[in-house]
Design a protein around this ligand. Sequence first.
Ligand SMILES: Cc1cc2nc3c(=O)[nH]c(=O)nc-3n(C[C@H](O)[C@H](O)[C@H](O)COP(=O)(O)O)c2cc1C
Length: 440
Amino acid sequence: MPNLAANLAGIRSPNPFWLASAPPTNSGYQVMKAFDAGWGGAVWKTLGVPVINTSSRYGAIHYRSNRMVGFNNIELITDRPLADNLREIEEVKKYFPNHAVIASLMVETKKEWHQIVKDVENAGADGVELNFGCPHGMCERGMGSAVGQEPSVLETITRWVKEVATVPVIVKLTPNITDITEPAAAAALGGADAISLINTIQSIVGVDLDNFAPYPIVDGQSTNGGYCGPAVKPIALNMVKNCAQHPKVGIPISGIGGIENWRDAVEHLLLGATNVQVCTAVMHYGFGIIREMISGLENYMQEKGFEKLDDFIGKALPNVKTWENLNLKYKVVAEINAEKCIGCQLCYTACEDGAHQAISLPGNGSRIPAIIEENCVGCNLCSLVCPVEECITMVRKDDGKEHETWKDYMAADKAPTQFNDDRAGGKGHWVPEPAAALKQ
Ligand SMILES: Cc1cc2nc3c(=O)[nH]c(=O)nc-3n(C[C@H](O)[C@H](O)[C@H](O)COP(=O)(O)O)c2cc1C
């Protein structure tokens, strides 16, 4: 059997699946139940000066079914007394010494940071995670994402924590920023042992049309919340990749955002995460999803011949390039499997109105559309809207021998003429930096 043991900056856990800091890690009862179910680690619900929370605090986006694709919350950090949490952390570590228990922290002053780090270390926490990501409620008080959005402040607070911490320090980043690598690099500069990302994305999930207030409604009013769940996975994956590839970051990454199953987790790992954390999926389906996550990961590793996580962590990174390095000679064309086609003609409508008019209707009583190969640019739209699995596939048509990129075009000075406009300064190729074009 492959070995699932994980090691994030010295924090060991029996597998790479941790619960993210959130309601599922609010108490010792929940964390012990999760460990019993098979979770490898848990980041405790953020500790600090306990706050009062609102009643009605979650909202969601449901897409054509009851399945939540996006989840929104206006919840703050723990509303339980610190002493209770510390006692329960100690208890969990007594029963589960080999599982990872991380204390998520958020306080204000240097003195408070020093004190709370000592408190959770005394309770037996294996590491601390600094919550510089919460985008509602706490940031208005100068904490959470207010810190994550100011790399120099983030670096300073990380240094404060490192002055006293003897366990690894993870800095949790906010995605509510233009370039995630800036706070990630600041965390590394401040001495962080790892980063975790993403926390939630500032959001309003919807507005009550009769009562004129966004969800979740608190006595007729609301506020922006933090968005998470399956909908945010693409944003999280891109940010994890950006941090993993950036030379100034260079510390391990705990990947968070939209993970529901083993496949989502493997995607994070392939893009450079050392382990993963899960919140919304557990709030939706419960701790039991870990069974499928573990067996799925084991099967995947066996199938691929991976003995340990390090065999594939970051394995997709060399294949993530900037656009100018992609092979423009690669050519795919859609192919419709007439036996699978149910004749809904969604592909026809999408291609006709929204893409390249590369699908025709037979007009002979049949409902099976046909591809007009010379018009098909291989954009994938028809295969994406098709409701039948593997009915429309994209088939390679080039011979695989030619390889030419945009970079090659630029180097050979043979860019297509439509780019040979004013923005290119008459140089025959695109000026990559918009600011450079404006200066001319
Ligand atoms: C209701 C709720 C409460 C949360 N509370 C915290 C928190 O106290 N501290 C923290 O660092 N992140 C908190 N988060 C963010 C999660 O830890 C996680 O970063 C985010 O939900 C993305 O992961 P997901 O897509 O698996 O949910 C919370 C998320 C939710 C939904």
